[in-house]
Ligand binder design. Structure first.
Ligand code: FAD
Length: 416
């Protein structure tokens, strides 16, 4: 077993503290960055190499994540308790959350903007500042095994770039986590209502011990007692309320660990843990551009929250909502959206049901079909909310129809 020996610019690796498992480490001999060839500043070069190597390795993300997790658990056994039995998904998320800031070390403003959300995410996972060093060793060890460098092989220059980027990106993260350690990373709340609307749908009300700061449209990561350590994003269906009460609409997906447990077994009195709010869905009150919102199934929850929030604005933005589902019962927020639309002329609501073409109160077809039939959206801001498949199909249809990419907003749908 050989100890990881890192270049002098690597505060995260203190040689000798962590030994990588057999075959996981090789002596690093830092070579000068290929300055003559690339003529880039070291930070720019590091970021570029990280992006290139990561792009090359992404098709093997599952194997990489498993290897990364195995290395991490052997280096820092305490981290095993932070993951559920099936480690792949959370390990992938953790990997991506490290590589995202590392890819941005050549863009200090972007890097700075990433730190606060990452600190919240890592603290909600339970990471502490001491665990960044083994995280770095595990990351480089896994990349050494699976990563192909820019010239087709993992070489010293590539390793040097990754180590440099990790130090630059994770240094501020580690400091911020250390500084935040005095305050609780997650809130707790009590389930005060669980109403099952159908075999696979439920509405759950949770009263947090203290209000959880969030904006309308954002999601919270939650952990339920039936599935410890399996955090999932859920979007509150109402704009933030003075009493802090949260309403979640949950659909049990086929084979789903957490959603099925919530729909079938959540009960009044359960204690939920609530992680930090995050997410891109939101509307800028300063813009006057019209808004198109396309929501599928429980994706309607954050849309109801956004519309409720907008109804309190002085000058709400004209907004058309298409809410879709397979059958009318899927449209859990339709009545409330229609009630808002009846009161507020800036809001128009259309319901779409793919599997119920004879229902006269809804439009037939898929959501993308109904939206494209419904008008020209090329000058609108567009928000999409729903399943990964629905977001993909609707974004693709709108792009082909001339909506600029930078006007379409949705939350990332990988690894949910
Ligand atoms: C930003 C965001 C907000 C969300 N808000 C809500 C919400 O308000 N209400 C809600 O019910 N869910 C919401 N989700 C989805 C939720 O977080 C879970 O992904 C979903 O409940 C499945 O978790 P699971 O543990 O049951 O399934 P897993 O055990 O993680 O997965 C089981 C199977 O289901 C598939 N799967 C996972 N997620 C989905 C999905 N969303 N749609 C279809 N198939 C899926 C997986 O590919 C896998 O095959 C949101 C997701 C994101 C990213």
């Amino acid at each position: 077993m050989r100890a990881v020996e890192a270049p002098p610019t690597t505060p995260f690796v203190r040689p000798g503290r962590h030994a990588a498992p057999e075959g996981g480490a090789a002596k690093v001999t830092p070579t000068a960055p290929a300055a003559a060839k690339d003529a880039l500043a070291p930070d720019d070069l590091a970021a570029r190499r990280v992006r290139e190597t990561w792009e090359a390795v992404e098709p093997q993300i599952d194997e990489l994540a498993d290897w990364f997790a195995a290395l991490l658990f052997s280096l820092a056994p305490s981290t095993r308790a932070l993951f559920p039995a099936q480690v792949s998904g959370p390990a992938r998320r953790l990997l991506r959350s490290l590589v995202a800031p590392m890819s941005a070390v050549d863009r200090p403003a972007d890097l700075k903007a990433m730190i606060a959300p990452l600190v919240r995410e890592h603290r909600a996972l339970g990471l502490d500042a001491e665990q960044y060093e083994p995280l770095g060793v595990a990351l480089i060890g896994a990349m050494r095994r699976y990563g192909a460098g820019v010239d087709g092989a993992w070489d010293d220059a590539t390793e040097h770039a990754w180590v440099r980027a990790f130090s630059l990106a994770v240094g501020p993260l580690e400091q911020a986590v250390r500084a935040a350690d005095a305050t609780p990373a997650v809130a707790e709340g009590t389930v005060v209502g669980h109403r099952r609307l159908s075999w696979d749908l439920a509405v759950v009300h949770v009263r947090p011990d203290v209000p959880v700061p969030h904006r309308a449209g954002q999601y919270l990561t939650v952990e339920v007692p039936q599935r410890p350590r399996m955090w999932r994003p859920l979007s509150p269906a109402t704009a933030p309320r003075p009493d802090g009460l949260l309403e979640f609409h949950v659909r049990a997906v086929e084979g789903g660990w957490v959603s099925r447990a919530i729909v079938a077994h959540a009960a009044t009195g359960d204690r939920w843990r609530l992680g930090p709010a995050a997410g891109r869905l939101g509307l800028d009150p300063r813009s006057e551009r019209e808004v198109l919102v396309v929501a599928g199934g429980t994706g309607g929850a954050p849309v109801l929250a956004l519309c409720e929030d907008m109804s309190r604005w002085d000058r709400p933005r004209p907004c058309t909502v298409f809410l879709g589902g397979r059958v009318p019962d899927d449209l859990t927020v339709l009545d409330r959206l229609r009630a808002l639309a009846a009161e507020h002329p800036w809001l128009a609501v259309a319901a779409v049901c793919e599997d119920d073409p004879l229902d006269e109160s809804t439009l037939p077809g898929t959501l993308p079909e109904a939206v494209l039939r419904g008008g020209d959206w090329s000058s609108h801001d567009v928000l999409l909310s729903g399943s990964p498949a629905m977001i993909r199909a609707t974004a693709a249809a709108l792009l082909v129809d001339g909506v600029p990419l930078d006007r379409i907003t949705y939350d990332p749908f990988a690894d949910r």
